[in-house]
Design a protein around this ligand. Structure first.
Ligand code: FES
Length: 120
């Protein structure tokens, strides 16, 4: 099983292939935001990778990061936990002023993923 470390929290093992946003919230117990419900629209599920940044990304992730002019972060709702990762949770409910983290992301990546190399 892949190991996940959210900076400042204990390293945990997560079910292979689990959405990173859900692993951070449910397994690591970190109050990450997911305002659009995991649909690659809001970017509030953003994380910074310290180790293990995936080489591939979904077209939906690329499009929303480009549209919002955001760089240096990845969208945890668009990433499966298929290898060891260490991330920094930079977008959390605590201190956000929001009433809740957002609707619950589905178990599988939405919209249905189309994969491209992250640098293409
Ligand atoms: S982009 Fe909205 S939850 Fe990931």
């Amino acid at each position: 099983m892949p190991q996940l470390t959210v900076e400042g929290f204990p390293t945990i093992e997560v079910e292979a292939g689990k959405r990173l946003v859900l692993a951070i919230e449910q397994d690591a117990g970190v109050d990450i935001l997911h305002a659009c419900g995991g649909n690659a629209r809001c970017t509030t599920c953003r994380v910074e990778f310290i180790e293990g940044e995936p080489d591939m990304m979904t077209v939906a992730e690329r499009q929303v990061l480009t549209a919002k002019g955001v760089s240096g972060v990845r969208l945890s709702c668009q990433i499966p936990c298929d290898h060891d990762m260490k991330v920094r949770a930079i977008s959390r409910l605590t201190g956000s002023g929001r009433p809740d983290p957002g609707g619950p992301p589905a178990p599988e990546i939405t919209p249905p993923p189309e994969w491209i190399p992250k640098e293409s």
